[in-house]
Ligand binder design. Structure first.
Ligand code: F6R
Length: 364
């Protein structure tokens, strides 16, 4: 039930601290064994040389973030592709490939079809990262990592996404251990993961401020979302949320690609949303933001307090709490969910049941 909340989507956004707590519970011990996934399948997981992630929509964005983590932390090469493309193209399966599907429902037709077509002997196993225990995807995969977000009713995926990221982060850490990454690095990140529910709680306190910000999007027809590194998929997710529930055209770009085309679109009629945590790409991002300002673009920046970005003409900054690097994409997704939600409510759309969309896409 929605209870005190006006929409399921809002309820599910606010449930994220609890949902994340459930996802992490019992899985952060020094072993990070993930419900026996690693102890029971030690041989199999040691043979992994390559990871192929397949998903659709929001779950695909989770996969894109996992790829940055996997290669940077566990040193495992990884590719991510939307299921509807992967399943219909002739592709090479490198030896020692772990096939990973990510899905809230576990019933997405294209994702399931891609799983069912994994007949190359080069696959060492099939792992489903899924929110529904009784789903087809879970039943048909020999390895399973449940996200435990609880039922998600709103068509726009929110808590399913952040719990997917938490689950994937644990998977990456466990994989890093198998690959011999030093224990101190892994423990430090496990400690940071423990702060996640509390950090999300802090971001939820920004709701009123974000609602105010939303007013400036209501009359617009186009928006651009920018990010770099793991914030590029976060920007994609922000753009997807906005377009699906508010029907405002939204596009995401890796900030470094601006000058290769999209900069031509920038004027004061197109708000540009940027995600600016305090990471090693901040300075690069800032110079991209200057490019937008110099062309009269209206910037809305979710920034770390230490990023030294302040409100100025043409630039509205919303300060975020300090976030450990390993949690940045998870935490910075939340203000974008709230932004889309409020814009949609102000535009009077059917937030929980956007036109033309279904919660579970069981046809291709
Ligand atoms: C967007 C959204 C969709 C789903 C996609 C995959 O908010 O909800 O893009 O993420 O249809 O669904 P699952 O994760 O159930 O496979």
């Amino acid at each position: 039930e929605k209870g005190e909340y006006r929409h399921y989507m809002l309820k599910e956004i606010f449930e994220q601290p609890v949902a994340l707590q459930r996802t992490l519970e019992g899985r952060l011990g020094s072993v990070a064994d993930l419900d026996g996934l690693f102890s029971k399948n030690a041989d199999l997981l040691e043979r992994v040389r390559f990871i192929q992630i397949i998903a659709c929509g929001t779950s695909y964005h989770a996969g894109m973030i996992a790829r940055y983590w996997l290669e940077a932390l566990a040193g495992v090469p990884c590719q991510v592709e939307v299921a509807s493309e992967f399943r219909y193209r002739t592709h090479v399966v490198p030896e020692g490939t772990l096939f990973v599907t990510i899905s809230q429902s576990g019933e997405t037709a294209d994702t399931l079809a891609a799983l069912r077509a994994t007949n190359s002997p080069n696959y060492v196993g099939r792992l489903a990262v899924c929110n529904v225990d009784s789903s087809s995807l879970v039943r048909e995969s020999e390895l399973v990592l449940l996200t435990r977000a609880g039922p998600e009713i709103g068509v726009a995926s929110t808590k399913a996404f952040t719990t997917q990221l938490a689950a994937l982060k644990m998977l990456v850490l466990a994989m890093a251990r198998v690959r011999g990454v030093d224990e101190a690095t892994i423990q430090a990140q496990l400690d940071e993961l423990r702060q996640l529910p509390g950090l999300i709680q802090q971001v939820l306190l920004l709701d009123d401020e974000i609602e105010k910000l939303a007013e400036q999007f209501v009359e617009k027809n186009h928006t651009l979302f920018l990010g770099r590194g793991t914030q590029y998929p976060v920007a994609m997710e922000g753009a997807l949320k906005l377009k699906e529930i508010s029907y405002i055209h939204a596009e995401a770009y890796p900030a470094g690609e601006l000058k290769h085309g999209p900069l031509a679109l920038v004027d004061k009629e197109m708000p540009v949303v940027a995600v600016a945590p305090n990471d090693e790409l901040l300075e690069k991002l800032k110079s991209n933001l200057q490019e937008v300002r110099a062309r009269g673009g209206e910037l809305f920046i979710f920034a770390d307090g230490d990023a030294a970005l302040e409100n100025e003409d043409g630039m509205t900054v919303l300060n975020m709490p300090a976030v450990p690097e390993c949690l940045i994409p998870i935490v910075y997704t939340v203000p974008l969910q709230l932004l889309s939600y409020h814009v949609a409510v102000m535009r009077g759309t059917d937030v929980d049941q956007p036109r033309n969309l279904a919660k579970s896409v069981t046809v291709e």
